[in-house]
Design a protein. Structure first.
Length: 186
């Protein structure tokens, strides 16, 4: 989203759709005014047993799931997600990239909350993780029967996202803000 924001807002790109190549394949970003919408492939998740090697938080989840690159831990309440502290040293030992933790939201107008941790790759906690929603949306779609969601990531900086399940894709919309512009002379 940040790259698309820079291109749309600072490089005078007039197209309303940008295409990026990534490890997950082709990703498109649509400029819809003050919202950017990312088009990601839907991740496939399946339930797993919560074992000791996944026990990296001070809170215990009610469910554990595995996606292609992350584990998804589901908690009973938003408060548990807010209070969760990741044992970063232990979390570097897992076999996947990181953990997504989630719970239903207790705020009107927000369907679910989440946080993302990937200390194995130097990300103690990511502020807002669009790609995490490729697991979150299929999970919450299964639980609620909904196709569209308002989500909130509860990192220090935090962020709100609008998500929609669309076949084998997940549309993830949000806003980006420019906080620094600079120029380098070589």
């Amino acid at each position: 989203m940040a790259a698309a924001h820079a291109l749309f807002r600072h490089e005078n790109v007039t197209d309303k759709v940008l295409t990026f190549q990534s490890r997950r394949g082709v990703l498109k970003v649509y400029d819809e005014g003050d919202t950017l919408v990312l088009d990601f492939p839907r991740d496939h998740i399946y339930p797993i047993e919560f074992t000791d090697h996944l026990d990296c938080f001070n809170e215990k989840p009610k469910e554990a799931w595995r996606g292609t690159e992350e584990y998804l831990l589901v908690f009973e309440s938003q408060e548990q997600v807010e209070r969760a502290v990741c044992n970063l040293e232990k979390a570097t030992q897992i076999d996947l990239a990181g953990f997504i933790i989630t719970a239903p939201s207790d705020v009107m107008g927000i369907d679910f909350v989440s946080r993302y941790f990937s200390p194995k790759y130097g990300i103690d906690e990511d502020p807002v993780t669009g790609s995490a929603h490729t697991l979150l949306v299929p999970y919450w779609q299964e639980v609620t029967g909904q196709d569209t969601f308002h989500a909130r990531q509860l990192s220090k900086r935090g962020g709100k996202l609008f998500c929609k399940a669309k076949g084998d894709r997940v549309m993830i919309g949000g806003r980006a803000v420019t906080f620094f512009v600079g120029e380098m002379l070589l």
